[in-house]
Design a protein around this ligand. Sequence first.
Ligand code: HEC
Ligand code: HEC
Length: 256
Amino acid sequence: MKRFMISIGMVVALNVGAINISAAGIHDGVREAQGNIINGRIIYQNGLGDDVPACAGCHGTGGMGSDEMGTPRLAYQVQKYIWKQLEDFASDKRQDNQMYQMNDIAKALTREQRRDVAAYAHALKTPSLGSDLDSMRKNGDDIGLMYKGKIIVHFGIPERGIPACQSCHAFNGRSAGNMYPMIGGQNYTYLKHELEAFRLGASTASSDDDAARDNDPMGQMRNVAARLSDEDIANVAAFLTVARPSTSGNPSAPRH
Ligand code: HEC
Ligand code: HEC
């Protein structure tokens, strides 16, 4: 009996040891996913050597992107999503089909540096403003109809098999975290461009046509984009760029 007690005691001690080890592993895992914001800031604002220009040059110091260049807002985008895109550019799963720069830039960074710069871009808490649709309209750009876009974002168009965008991207496209990026407050030109690229990606692979995007997990976005007309794309982009992440009744939006 005494012997039995001792062996239970030993088992417990061993288990405690095992728990400690795995707890340390989890902690390192969290740190690894979090990235080093200070390293990321240097890369983002200053660039790195000859091969990596400052991200700020195209995505803006505050991470807002630009409609003129067609660059996306990165500020407060889901960190894992930013990191995944950089990995996809680095492995040519996604083609930069706008300025043809992102693939080389991502390749010139190490995996850790891509993670660090994703952490920094996520940490930029620049307020959500969206594109200045009024001046774009004055410049002669064809801008979609917000109220029609809102219906698609909130309810989809069931008779054409189009799901509500917020069923995956959450309220007003503010992001559901992890795999689902923030699309509310994103720039108009970029939103339109990505939806067209996914739509093309539904019928051809990016390896056959550079203008196609097909790096969405399980074809989730291609499936939706395939059903959108040019008009739908302009309409959802017009609504999403000004869509707010919170409502007037509840000003707090969940963190991601
Ligand atoms: C020369 C201009 C330029 C520079 C410099 C640049 N980018 Fe980009 N970036 C772009 C363009 C253009 C796109 C859109 C590509 C597309 O639509 O195919 C883009 C897309 C991205 C995306 C995808 C965002 C999304 O919402 O899917 C990420 C992430 C990104 N860039 C991060 C960075 C980081 C980090 C740096 C600096 C290390 C950087 N970029 C430097 C032009 C640039
Ligand atoms: C079934 C889930 C699902 C639905 C519904 C959905 N999306 Fe997406 N969407 C995704 C996923 C997943 C991604 C991320 C792809 C990746 O990882 O590269 C994405 C990415 C995007 C992007 C690219 C964002 C960026 O920063 O590059 C845009 C734009 C977008 N979705 C718009 C829409 C619109 C507009 C609708 C409604 C018409 C919609 N989505 C409906 C799953 C969905």
